[in-house]
Write a protein that binds this ligand. Sequence first.
Ligand SMILES: Nc1ncnc2c1ncn2[C@@H]1O[C@H](COP(=O)(O)OP(=O)(O)OP(=O)(O)O)[C@@H](O)[C@H]1O
Ligand SMILES: [Mg+2]
Length: 867
Amino acid sequence: MINMTKPTPMLAQYHDMKKRYPDCIIAFRMGDFYEMFFEDAKISSEVLNITLTKRGTNYDGKPIPLAGIPHHAFEPYFAKLIKAGYKVAVAEQIEDPKKAKGLVKRDVIRVITPGTILSSGTLEEKHNNYLAAVCKKDRQMGLAVTDISTGEFLVSQFSTYEELINDISRYAPKEIIIEEALFSDNKFYNSLKNINQSARISSYPTQHFMYYKACETLKAHLNVASLEGFGIKDASQAVSSAGALMAYLKETQMTTLAHINKIQFHSNTEYMTIDPITLKNLELTRNIRENTARGTLIDIIDETVTATGSRMLAHRLLKPLLNPEKINMRLDAVEELVCEYLTRENIRDTLKETYDIERIISRISYGSANARDLLALKKTLALIPALKKHLDKAKSSELRKIKDMSNMKELHDKIDAAISEDPPLSIREGKIIKQGYNKELDELRYLSGNAKEWLTQYEKQEKLKTGIKALKVRFNKVFGYFIEVTRANLHLVPNTYIRKQTTVNSERFITEDLKEKESQILGAEEKIVAIEYNIFTRLTEDISKHMTDIQHAAKNIALLDFYTSLAYIAHENNYIRPRIDTTGIIDIKDARHPVVEKMTDSYITNDIYLDTEKNRLMIITGPNMAGKSTYMRCVALVVLLAQVGCFVPAKSAGIGVVDRIFTRIGAYDDLTMGQSTFMIEMNETANILNNATDKSLIILDEIGRGTSTFDGLSIAWSCAEYIHEAIGAKTLFATHFHQLNVLEDEMSGVKNYHMTAKEEGDTIIFLRKLVEGGTDKSYGIQVAKLSGLPKEVIERAKMIQVGLEKEDFKMIKKYKLQPTEQKKLEKETKKDKPDKIITKKETEKSKKDMRIKEKQERKDTQKTLFS
Ligand SMILES: Nc1ncnc2c1ncn2[C@@H]1O[C@H](COP(=O)(O)OP(=O)(O)OP(=O)(O)O)[C@@H](O)[C@H]1O
Ligand SMILES: [Mg+2]
């Protein structure tokens, strides 16, 4: 039988908390530590690699597992727990332990979750940390997304899962809460998990998503009578998600969240749709291999100099616009800054001096800002007049809009007057307020400084009086100030000294004078800290009153950085302004792949012409390694950049806006989803065929290769026909099935092209120029040779290839041949095929020679190639 004992009051307090926050690890504040108990302790010990011990016993008499972390260094520990997928409820002592009668009162003051973590060690400067809420009602889906570190709060509404998931994937939220009923939809859950493997996905009670309740939550938070001003009143599902998101924030953050003061409605008809697969394939922000930013588009085009600017660029890159007028407004701003070199450099120099005031204002709203944040805010405010001055002559409407921000001079001066120039991190240790700001503070500082001098004097005087040379006045937290005398000198101690403590080598005494001074010093220091803290808090309250102005300035700084960065890369990389229209024609001359061109100094440019009639579907053939995939991605990236409002890597570019870019590229196994390579390929293709419109751009890279030749060819063929006949989207279709070239004769919108390569004796030279007409040469075996396949395998493959082509079965059955026959065969094989390939690497050996040679060769490519 279990021996039930009465729990200690503290244990009862703990169990009560655990009952209220069952899905959280309770970090229970005990003096200088946060302690975790029971299962929480075991998890923490394992995740954080800290010691697991035991303390006391539970009701059942069993020892209680315990693990602890120091409270002053909690951030990295909590961050690690969050990263491992847990939620942490921080239970603080909510009364002063010194004043508490009996057990110190404790309560949960915040629940930290992956989507609401604020510690600077975890938040990446250049990235947003999003939390999302989703619901579905009457066939409509609502999405609300927030980043509490910046105060952003965005909502949108969709009529299909697909649109919803596309949009979520752009934000890559760290946490998603889903309305209960929708949460139990496995298919939806799996697709969410698939695009966002690392996100914490959990269900949230339906009641918070009820329209009426959600409205009330939002209205109460925003302090408005109606949501009309935010343009979302009729977007019922968007409101539901937004309300639930706000409820979740209130429940976990337990603070006013005053910095979240507006809701932005994003209509999905305003932006180009980029599905998660395309986002991945085009390597816009993450590369496929390592899932890092290396070698991605953003890596090339992000030359912002501020964290806010960088976040804005990432956001806008994934939301290209559809409206030519709006795109042109952005391009006007970029063009102006491209032309005005000096202005651009001046702006960039000034921006470099600014701080991330968007996150600072959020910390102020959270009450977690320190004096250094205020100093950073002051320094940034001081730069606003200069930024505005740089824009004095601005002509474009976007730049002129930026100029319209408040200097907040008064606020600047207020911070300047109060906050000292080199404050410590902590706001509870003094030294944050300037001398001369507050009379009482100055007096106390004088007193405390003087008192310290008094102590030195006192020590000297007592040494003289008693004749004890080694006498010391010292301080510790338990006894305060005391006099320490070594054993050898004890006989000299006067009887006015009051003995307090004996240590191994000495005795400690106090005197009445010393105690009186002590109370003065400690009293003064305590008061100093309190006054400084008070001034600081009042100042942050003042700053909060300017919240909207500061947020506005933060946004304008980000915008300015966005435009100057785009202008800077346009200038540095020799990009040009695209012409944007709605003609449906994409006409680019000398396009370059923005990433690949950086990796070589012999990049070969190519043109593209696509329209809505005769040039709708390009079938692109050509050898392996010839540059087909690079070409197609290049086209997609140029179109995307143009619609973002960025200059593009080309000689000229006319872009008829596209509503979506679809890509089906390469094969990667996703065994975790229980799907085969071929199945994934087919799913992705199905998605394209079902959702593309005649305004879309489709990139199909070798579809149908994951199965047998005839199956693959048949699928590729019928897909091409369907796109041409039923969809009419502009399409680039790269394939090794040269049989598809016959489509050109059968369908009016199909054009054959191929990537050129030239055979010269036993050598293949990749010319990487796209020309009209198809080809059936693949040189697969020659390319494979470079990969390090054993020589015998390559030789044998060549023989089989010749055998297959000649339909000579004998050649394939090599092992049944006589030695003389075999020799003859080998000779024949060699005669047939070039043996050497000039690759990029080899080219680099004699770049100059090659370039001259290639130039000449390109001139007569058309005539000599594959004739
Ligand atoms: N226009 C170009 N200028 C210079 N180098 C290029 C160009 N296009 C491609 N390359 C280089 O050639 C390599 C191979 O190109 P890519 O992958 O596009 O070939 P591919 O035709 O798609 O080959 P495969 O048929 O095997 O898929 C690229 O990694 C790049 O380094
Ligand atoms: Mg390819």
